[in-house]
Ligand binder design. Structure first.
Ligand code: GSH
Length: 322
């Protein structure tokens, strides 16, 4: 995949700490963790037109941030560059005829995301990941951790956002955090632990954990409409990106193939309900999931991209009965 080592791009290298002793995949922590605040006390004030997001429609972590930008109606306040996908220099920006929603970087004109990292820290060592949130005032990265970015979009921009819905309300925070930990470990990152396992034992364990967790959520969503309480919360928006990618990417390519999300009545109805929330459909691009995931050379050495897109999120759901 490639990494930066002391500010130099190394196409063939990976972070050794991401492979555990038994062949298990261990995701490295994000490095840029500054915060934007409403009053600017953190050094980064929430202002319209100041921040720029580097994203890829294919990436589930970037998808979270695109969802919050849409939900909070911040499209006019925060610009986005949508990657064409990864090449030998990692996430690239430009145009690509088969993925017309990809855009060149309109703010910095970077052709690769690693340029944003070396512009922020000339000696950066680590992964270069989407989403990455860039500050046009200080000309550096503010934050490259999606879970931080969505919290900022949820609350720091309320004086600018055209929607003040709170997806992390104080009375539900403990329960949301609890569900997030479960979903991250077993499902969001669980699919990667299947797909990127380096041993049969590591894969088998990740697969069993993943489907036990999906079974548990299927049962929960038979009793209640959303993961926490009676309203849509951050917990739902953190699960959703994994669900919409599952049947076209994780099931076939990451070998998460016990069953599809379409085979779970409650999870699939729930996924369709979230998809049909105003603004969300525009963030969901299944052709990008197929193109981006099937370009991972280690998993698909021929590089042949499947032609079909066997998903439909627009069918009616029956969730209002709960
Ligand atoms: N913890 C990060 C993870 C982001 C991440 O791993 N993004 C992937 C794309 S889905 C990436 O950019 N990978 C590039 C690489 O690993 O070199 C977050 O949630 O923001």
């Amino acid at each position: 995949m490639g990494v930066l080592i002391d500010g130099v791009w190394r196409a063939q290298e990976e972070l050794p700490q991401e492979i555990g002793p038994s062949g298990e995949f261990k995701r490295a922590d994000s490095r840029f963790r500054d915060r934007i605040s409403a009053d600017g006390a953190t050094g980064f004030k929430a202002e319209a037109g100041r921040y720029h997001l580097y994203a890829a429609y294919g990436c589930p972590w970037a998808h979270r941030t695109l969802i919050y930008r849409a939900l909070k109606r911040l499209e006019g306040a925060i610009s986005v560059a949508y990657s064409t996908g990864m090449d030998d220099e990692g996430w690239a920006f430009g145009t690509r005829p088969d993925l017309p929603e990809s855009t060149p970087d309109p703010v910095n004109g970077f052709h690769h995301l690693h340029q944003a990292y070396t512009a922020s820290d000339g000696h950066y060592t680590g992964k270069v990941t989407v989403p990455t949130l860039w500050d046009t005032h200080t000309r550096r990265i503010v934050n490259n951790e999606s879970s931080d970015i969505i919290r900022m979009l949820n609350s720091a921009f309320d004086h600018i956002a055209n929607d003040d819905t709170d997806f992390y309300p104080a009375p539900l925070r403990a329960e949301i955090d609890h569900v997030n930990d479960f979903v991250y470990e077993r499902i969001n990152n669980g699919v990667y632990r299947c797909g990127f396992a380096r041993s049969q034992a590591a894969y088998d364990a990740a697969y069993d954990t993943l489907f036990e967790a999906l079974d548990e959520l299927e049962a929960r969503l038979g009793r209640q409409r959303y993961l926490v309480g009676r309203q849509i919360t951050e917990a739902d928006w953190r699960l959703f990106p994994t669900l919409v990618r599952f049947d076209v990417a994780y099931f076939p390519l990451f070998k998460c193939n016990r069953q599809r999300i379409a085979d779970y009545p409650n999870l699939s109805g729930y996924m369709r309900e979230l998809y049909q929330v105003p603004g969300i459909a525009a963030t969901v691009k299944p052709r990008h999931y197929i193109a981006n995931y099937w370009s991972i050379g280690r998993l698909n050495p021929t590089g042949i991209i499947p032609k079909g897109t066997p998903v439909d999120y627009t069918a009616p759901h029956d969730r209002a009965r709960l």
